[in-house]
Design a protein around this ligand. Structure first.
Ligand SMILES: [Zn+2]
Length: 335
């Protein structure tokens, strides 16, 4: 495998606090020998565990970057034992463009793993994390939200894993994050995801969906800031007391948790995030937009549970994720 061209501009293993970049050479029209400069902070204080923290894996999700630019500014070496590697804008070109995927190669970083050292810009970022940064880490936290097209109740989540001891360590870390909801997440398609790449390396992995709509709220940012500190304390890296409150435990027992639109049109939500629903309840109505006098198409809940995600924009297309329902743990249905 060729070497990855990304070079950190600061040491990854020196004591103290260093701000710099992951410099990714990218020769282009407006910069012949130019580079993409991905902001990076490394804080180390002696021997101890390493946490790898990332935001803006998708460029239009803001709780992660807000919590991590803040953490990089405020956390000091004296506050920790071990090492914290902070990359607030993981897919930096997408973050700068406020888009989900990279404007350079149109790649979704969270479907580009394990990546390629001689591939596109996004594939190079994926390969660098997969082969250089993730192997250094004991615990990995990757922030997500719904971006411009989805909105979520705020949750931290783990995946069901074959290695039950690893799954238990992940669930403990997710519970430490202490979002208002804690979810065992079923992915629609986990191939190429950072999550899968990190979990395949045996690491403790925490991810989130903390809001959406292409913005952040005071509430969602506070959840993100509290969560990352709790995870660092849980990992034995940061000193201090965890700040914890109640969390609702949720499962996603099957594919029928997801409802996808089969129509284009005007999206009329009938439920709000966090609402309990029974199987058969109305979720949404989609109105045809080309003329009046045409009937709407109604979408119903395929199972009982809580609405944890919904389509965000006012218009919807066939194939868009319309809503996601999760099931409070202990409500039967297994998972
Ligand atoms: Zn995301």
């Amino acid at each position: 495998m060729p070497a990855n061209p990304i070079k950190p501009t600061i040491p990854l293993d020196a004591d103290g606090k260093h701000h710099g970049f992951l410099r990714l050479p990218y020769s282009r029209d407006d910069s012949a020998w130019g580079s993409i400069m991905i902001p990076l902070t490394v804080i180390r204080n002696g021997e101890g565990p390493t946490a790898l923290l990332t935001g803006a894996n998708h460029g239009d999700e803001y709780e992660g970057p807000l919590a991590l630019f803040d953490l990089a500014y405020t956390l000091e070496a004296a506050d920790i034992t071990g090492r914290v590697i902070i990359v607030p804008a993981f897919n930096f070109p997408a973050f700068k463009a406020a888009t989900r995927v990279s404007p350079i190669d149109q790649r979704n970083l969270n479907r580009a793993f394990p990546g390629k050292p001689d591939g596109t810009v996004t594939e190079k970022i994926a390969d660098y994390f997969n082969r250089t940064l993730v192997p250094m880490a004991d615990i990995v936290l990757d922030f997500h939200s719904g971006g411009k097209t989805l909105d979520f109740v705020p949750f931290a989540c783990a995946h069901v894993l074959d290695d039950k001891a690893q799954e238990k360590r992940c669930v403990e870390a997710v519970r430490a994050f202490n979002a208002p909801f804690t979810l065992m997440l079923l992915e629609i398609d986990n191939v190429g995801m950072y999550d899968t790449a990190v979990e395949d390396q045996g690491k403790v992995f925490v991810t989130t969906e903390l809001g959406g709509g292409g913005t952040a709220t005071g509430t969602s940012v506070a959840i993100a800031k509290k969560g990352v500190r709790n995870v660092l304390i849980h990992a034995g890296i940061m000193k201090g007391e965890m700040e914890t409150g109640p969390t609702v435990m949720l499962d996603m027992p099957g594919d029928d948790c997801f409802t996808f639109s089969q129509n284009d049109g005007l999206f009329e939500p009938w439920v709000n995030l966090g609402d309990p629903v029974e199987a058969g309840d109305m979720l949404a109505r989609i109105w045809p937009t080309e003329r009046t006098g045409e009937p709407p198409v109604d979408y119903h809940a395929s199972r009982s549970g809580i609405v944890v995600s919904r389509h965000f924009p006012g218009l919807i297309k066939s194939g868009d994720c319309l809503a996601v329902i999760a099931v409070p743990q202990g409500d039967g249905a297994g998972g």
